[in-house]
Design a protein around this ligand. Structure first.
Ligand code: AP5
Ligand code: MG
Ligand code: ZN
Length: 220
């Protein structure tokens, strides 16, 4: 199964994709996480990625598409994937269709997580992420068991460099001007399922499981 999780910054793509990938035993490919991981080393490509991400701008398509294609060629991806944060425009969506077709696969579903703008801002405002595994937490809605430490791996928590007011505004602008057009694209192909992303994490998780016709999947 190949599934895209679509939604604005702070909609809960990462939170929910992590849960669904475990439940459905699919590889979770989050392009933002992949790009942040690359920045741990101070290489030329790391500097290029940072220059776009810190401003909240999209990384150029040719770089993004090449990296996703590389991931699609790994053995782990053969049985299915959840794409989180990719595609983000029409060009990337067409490239994904093509890359899957070349491998004899197709995209099964696109889960669009819909959340109001006010809620997005309060989710981003309280977010802390693990430095090591990038699991997201929230000071109010999803605190870790021990403050400052990741429940999954014990790593330290920090705030993302692009969770500033300015970069956040840019990310939301780009979402509404470029990425939201994918809602139409995937509606036309009959793949879009819209899920109400408001409410607590467990409720959203249940709705997504239902939307994927996997009501038997137990929330993790
Ligand atoms: P990326 O890392 O993908 O960021 P984003 O799209 O802005 O989305 P976020 O990760 O901020 O939000 P999320 O939906 O994952 O929410 P989360 O689960 O964390 O991309 C970053 C940058 O990388 C881009 O700006 C761009 O530069 C580059 N990039 C990435 N992909 C690219 C691409 N394809 N092309 C070009 N450039 C690309 O949840 C948010 C918070 O809310 C957390 O604190 C969480 O604990 C909390 N929360 C989650 N669900 C709930 C709930 N139901 N109730 C209450 N709180 C909740
Ligand atoms: Mg994310
Ligand atoms: Zn961790």
């Amino acid at each position: 199964m190949y599934i895209v999780f679509l939604g604005a910054a702070g909609a809960g793509k990462g939170t929910q994709a992590a849960k669904m990938s475990k439940a459905l035993k699919l590889t979770h490919l989050a392009t933002g996480n992949l790009f942040r991981q690359i920045q741990v080393q101070n290489t030329e490509i790391a500097q290029l990625l940072r220059s776009y991400m810190e401003k909240g701008e999209l990384v150029p398509d040719e770089v993004t598409i090449r990296m996703v294609s590389e991931q699609l060629s790994t053995p782990d991806s053969a049985s299915g994937m959840i794409f989180d944060g990719f595609p983000r425009n029409l060009n990337q969506a067409e490239a994904l269709d093509k890359a899957l077709a070349e491998r004899g696969k197709t995209l099964d579903k696109v889960v669009y997580i819909k959340v109001s703008e006010g809620e997005l801002l309060s989710r981003i405002g309280g977010r802390w992420v693990c430095r090591k595994c990038q699991t997201p937490y929230h000071t109010v809605t999803a605190p870790p068991e021990v403050w400052g430490k990741c429940d999954q791996c014990g790593g330290g928590l920090h705030q993302r460099a692009d969770d500033t007011e300015e970069a956040m505004k840019k990310r939301l602008d780009i979402y509404f001007t470029e990425t939201a057009s994918l809602i139409d694209y995937y509606t036309r192909s009959g793949k879009l399922v819209e899920v109400d992303g408001e409410g607590d994490i467990k409720s959203v998780e249940r709705r997504i499981a239902e939307a994927l016709n996997k009501t038997a999947v137990r929330p993790v």
